[in-house]
Ligand binder design. Sequence first.
Ligand SMILES: [Fe+2]
Length: 304
Amino acid sequence: MALRLARRRSATQTAEAASAPAPGSHRNHMKRNELRAIGPDPLRPEARLRWRDHFTLSENVLHVPGMHQEHDGLCIAHLSDIHVGQATSAVRIRRAVAEVNARNPDLVFLTGDYVTHSPKPLPRVIELLSGFSSPVFVVLGNHDHWVDAHYLRSGFERLGYTVLQNEHRVLHMRGAPVAVLGIDDGRTGRDDVERTFRGAPESGTRLVLTHAPPTIDKLPPNSNLVQFSGHTHGGQFVVRGLTEAIFRRAGQPYIQGHYHVRGNQLYVNMGLGFGFGGPYLRRGTYPEVAFFTLRHAEAASAHS
Ligand SMILES: [Fe+2]
């Protein structure tokens, strides 16, 4: 199996505690965070957190054939669909940023939809997401384009984050190149794969960010690419048998979690925003912060 949903832990637990064996590893055992903060919480010390401030951590081991051996053990944090505004608690977002920083990942990926319909929360987006201490790569989502993509791009760039709209960057990490390819939003028809890949390395460690999962179908097949996406909120309100059919009909066959697609891999984040009350109820999905540990794997073992 190329990816294992290793464990899900309370966001109030430390990174050290999270490295201990977990009692359950299946998605069905996933639990929401503890209601009471354990130990010092810089935001609400000793306070009872509200239900809307909670989120789920997912920890995933991702076996990537063709990846540079030097990148074995590389750690990535992935947030998506934060939808800053009334429907998402600011405390939840701040706690998510703090949890990412506590784990000191090599890279942070943000895959779009920072706002919903109103331009009002735009300054709050930049304020709330300003604290990451690792290098951050950003792509935009459909709602960002509908509200104000230019504002968000320039705001993130002021923070020193790299915003990718059908472009790529090659980083040198641990003595080997990592290509980060950011494809613009496919939901609004802006995903230009050819332009994104033009001049990029054709092998080695290549990580793709794009908001809408179906863009995976446009990637070059059998290329050992890993795509990180969001957009679906894991189905938002899941009714078994019905939600999947509705999403498929809407051209969204990839709803949540890990997929193999034509020799590439895809992870669909459930998104940090919405949920736990308000007009955007969740059922069967949870606000998510995902962590990945990349493991070097031979191509032959990728489909075992
Ligand atoms: Fe979206």
